[in-house]
Design a protein around this ligand. Structure first.
Ligand code: CU
Length: 450
């Protein structure tokens, strides 16, 4: 944190510049390693502009996705390179962690073709989807054929190296779902075999679920796919050695396959060639800033323990759990505001979040009675400031001339992280891991490039 310098261009670009030289060198190292391992022929992301923020969907006009299960490397902010398994969109041909975010509409006939390039059988399960078929047959578990059958896969698998299975289902209730390996689950999911499936209401891509009150600002949609890595497990798998689960100890904690501060970098950052998804939440002005549509954040837990995630400065409204709307039998709204979102293993939570224009709110309408501090208390003399002490949108006032100001256009930054603080580290070093920033722009917006 002490390496952040105030350059008058805002915190995120500054942080990105701090990390880029390391990432570039590491990216080259990763590419070399991957080529030696014979897994990656191209360096994805390097050709595309790395500017986008928010949820990136893979879509298909026929709702058909070909996922190849394979291996590759990801980098961590402390300079480590971790061997992973994951799913890649075969049309794009690149290894990536997590697997691609598949977006479909409710009722769509979805086809997912799995091509397995791993050295062992693998598969995909779609928790929350019903009527899943595998090669046209009802999805069902696989067992060994010896006298005492043992479960080997929760669904029909694709054989090692060259196997293939085609899964089909009709997309169910609108919301967010995990997809992940159903074969040797502890190991393969730890290795990275997971991704997100987003089902949108038919005809209403601007709603999280079927309810009109789930409408969100489509420019403010974010994915937080949470996971963890024990590098010893990954080293053992890379070396084709048995995994000793008795010593399991996660050391890296990720949002969308990245750890802080890489979470702040844009989608498709060239120095993170196999980790295409950022986790920087950038709340921009809506049409009508005093009564905006909320942002939406889709939380998924692909790990083994609870991740108690929270942003500073605001609650979030939980409206979906595991892809199901929080409503009563007569459609009563059972959504709730929560500061700390305890995301359980395998669970998904969809939340709405909004930020209010402080200057147009009264004590009665103000949900969090925060007093806006004096301008001199919002800034630090010297080189560093972390955030502006107010959760609310506001106007940028002239700063005293002795003040160095990171706040370029009246925007606010808030940290958001797992409050199990060992999960906010990179191999024990804080701040890191499952952590990111929310940036909230003022109602009038910020100039282009700021
Ligand atoms: Cu906190």
């Amino acid at each position: 944190m002490t390496t952040i310098s105030a350059t008058g261009r805002g915190m995120r670009p500054t942080l990105a510049r701090v990390t880029r030289p390391l990432r570039s060198r590491l990216g080259l190292g990763v590419a070399v390693l991957a080529v030696v391992a014979g897994t990656v022929a191209t360096v994805p992301g390097s050709a595309s502009a790395a500017t986008s923020e928010g949820l990136l969907c893979d879509t298909s006009a026929t709702n058909t996705f070909t996922l190849s299960a394979g291996d590759g490397y990801v980098s961590t902010p402390d300079g480590n390179s971790i061997y992973m398994w994951s799913y890649a969109n075969e049309l794009k041909g690149a290894f990536q962690l997590p697997g691609p975010t598949l977006c479909v509409a409710q009722g769509a006939k979805v086809t997912v073709i799995l091509h397995n390039h791993l050295p062992e059988a693998s598969s995909i399960v779609f928790p929350g989807q019903t009527g899943v078929l595998a090669d046209g047959n009802p999805a069902q578990p696989e067992y060994t054929t010896d006298p005492t059958p043992t479960l080997t896969s929760m669904v029909q698998s694709a054989a090692a190296t060259t196997g293939s299975v085609t899964y089909t289902f009709t997309a169910g209730t609108p919301g967010t779902y995990l997809y992940k390996s159903g074969t040797d689950v502890d190991k393969q999911v730890q290795m990275g075999m997971f991704g997100a499936l987003v089902v949108r209401p038919s005809g209403h891509p601007d709603r999280v679920n079927g309810r009109p009150d789930s409408a969100f600002s489509t420019a403010n949609e974010y994915l937080f796919l949470l996971s963890e890595v024990d590098p010893d497990v990954h080293l053992a798998v890379e070396r084709k050695q048995p995994v000793d689960w008795s010593t399991y100890n996660a050391r890296y904690f990720m949002i969308n396959g990245r750890s802080m501060p890489d979470t702040l970098s844009p989608n498709n950052a060239s120095y993170l060639p196999n980790q295409p998804y950022g986790a920087f939440v950038h709340i921009k002005p809506w049409d009508g800033a005093t009564n905006p549509l909320p942002a939406t954040i889709r939380y998924l837990n692909a790990g083994t323990v609870n991740y108690p995630f929270h942003p500073h400065g605001s609650d979030e409204r939980v409206i979906n759990k595991d892809g199901q709307p929080l409503e009563g039998p007569a459609g009563q709204d059972l959504s709730y505001n929560k500061f700390d979102l305890n995301v359980a293993p395998g669970q998904t939570l969809d939340v709405l979040m909004d930020w209010r224009d402080a200057e147009h709110w009264t004590d009665i309408t103000n949900p969090i009675p925060t007093q806006i501090p004096a301008i001199t208390d919002q800034l630090l003399v010297g080189t560093d400031t972390w955030f502006s002490e107010s959760p609310y949108l506001g106007t940028k006032n002239p700063a005293p001339t002795t003040i160095t100001d990171n706040n370029v256009c009246g925007e606010y930054y808030h940290i958001a992280h797992s409050h199990a603080l060992q999960q906010a580290t990179n191999f024990g070093a804080t701040f890191g891991g499952m952590m990111t920033l929310y940036r909230i722009d003022p109602p009038a917006g910020c100039p282009a490039g700021k």
